[in-house]
Write a protein that binds this ligand. Structure first.
Ligand SMILES: [Zn+2]
Ligand SMILES: [Zn+2]
Length: 374
């Protein structure tokens, strides 16, 4: 017989595990206030002329403006989550290389992107180092023992990173906003954190105050960079009753004194936003596109692109280079672990996209504008 205390612990564990997988199923909303053209720590938040609040839910929170009706996956979704909990699979090792520290720390080339794993990339643009959705933990979840365990270690430890200037956060899911990584980065580098609307509150709760939050199509100018918060088709949730209360976003960063720019898609489904961003802000030098966590399609197509859609989004934006992210690190969905890289290569060929533009980097690998990649 189980002791009562053990039984309670097991029930608590199961509830936490189930919640960490079921964040897609539950739904609730709260109101958010609009903020324009204000000054935070000498950074003026500016708003593009085409800015609108079509993605603000009148009842509170946010919506995907391209999808009027939210259809909950309901019981079928719940059963998928339960099935996932009890699936035990051996995952193949994702290709990885030792990070090239000489390239990482050198001044040239002035624009380079390293894949650290999942949606975490390290970018040098001009004189600044930018990190996207830094997740270095062994588990993506509410606690270190619940959530999705990491299958591939990060390419570098936080303690070995160059001096980070800016952290870009796409949304509050645990595989993108990792408290322990954020705290360690803050402690070591005290960078500027850029977050979508309403995510600032979470960082303030963690005693991080150097935070700017933006709405879609708001931007700041910071040390020769224009940093734009741009749309994504996704959702947010960090606890059982905060569904869509905070905004999800992509980011588009342009160098003001050079021709280079990058688009970080965050987590997203396919929608007209790729074309719109390309038309409004121009074709980026590099588009960091998610390619994993897309099956089953009845469930995932509303929140994650598959490789074909990621490539279509890249074409919609007329981006110059495709950098694959969000695969080979956490096993979040049903597709075989390495299917995203195989499918992306195959479909890019079918779509007659030049192989030189498609960069499926190993973990630790880099893309740079001098044409050298590894
Ligand atoms: Zn997400
Ligand atoms: Zn994700």
């Amino acid at each position: 017989m189980l002791k009562k205390r053990n039984l309670i612990l097991i029930i608590f564990f199961l509830i936490t595990v189930i919640f960490s997988y079921t964040s897609i199923i539950f739904c609730s909303n709260k109101y958010t206030k609009e903020e324009n053209n204000k000054v935070i720590k000498n950074h003026t938040i500016k708003t593009h002329s085409w800015y609108n609040t079509g993605h603000h839910n009148l009842d509170g929170g946010f919506i995907n403006p391209w999808e009027k009706e939210f259809e909950s996956p309901g019981f079928k979704g719940f059963m998928w989550v339960m099935g996932k909990l009890f699936k035990f699979i051996d995952y193949p090792k994702t290709p990885s290389v030792e990070i090239n520290k000489k390239i990482l720390f050198s001044k040239n080339p002035e624009f380079k992107i390293f894949w650290i794993g999942h949606a975490t990339t390290l970018i040098k643009l001009g004189d600044l180092y930018i990190i996207t959705d830094p997740v270095f933990s062994l588990t993506a979840g509410p606690t270190s023992f619940t959530g999705t365990s990491r299958k591939t270690p990060p390419a570098i430890e936080i303690s070995n990173l160059p001096d980070i200037d800016i952290v870009l956060i796409s949304h509050n899911h645990y595989d993108h906003l990792d408290k322990s990584s954020i705290l360690e980065i803050k402690e070591k580098f005290n960078p500027l954190f850029m977050v979508p609307l309403n995510v600032k509150e979470t960082l303030l709760d963690w005693d991080i105050t150097n935070v700017i939050e933006l709405d879609w199509y708001q931007y700041i100018e910071y040390n020769n960079l224009q940093i734009n918060c741009t749309p994504a088709k996704h959702f947010s949730q960090r606890s059982i009753a905060d569904r869509d209360e905070t905004l999800w976003a992509s980011w588009y960063v342009k160098s003001i004194n050079s021709k280079y720019s990058f688009f970080f898609a965050g987590d997203t489904a396919y929608s007209p936003h790729f074309k719109e961003i390309g038309e409004k802000l121009g074709a980026p030098t590099a588009a960091l596109m998610p390619i994993g966590a897309y099956k089953p399609r009845w469930f995932m197509s509303r929140v994650h692109v598959n490789p074909q859609e990621a490539l279509q989004g890249f074409l919609d934006m007329k981006a110059e280079n495709f950098i694959a992210i969000h695969w080979g690190t956490f096993a979040l969905a049903d597709e075989p672990f390495h299917e995203p890289m195989k499918e992306t290569t195959k479909i890019a060929k079918e779509m007659q996209i030049s192989a030189e533009k498609i960069h499926i980097l190993p973990i630790g690998g880099y893309f740079s504008v001098d044409g050298k990649n590894e």
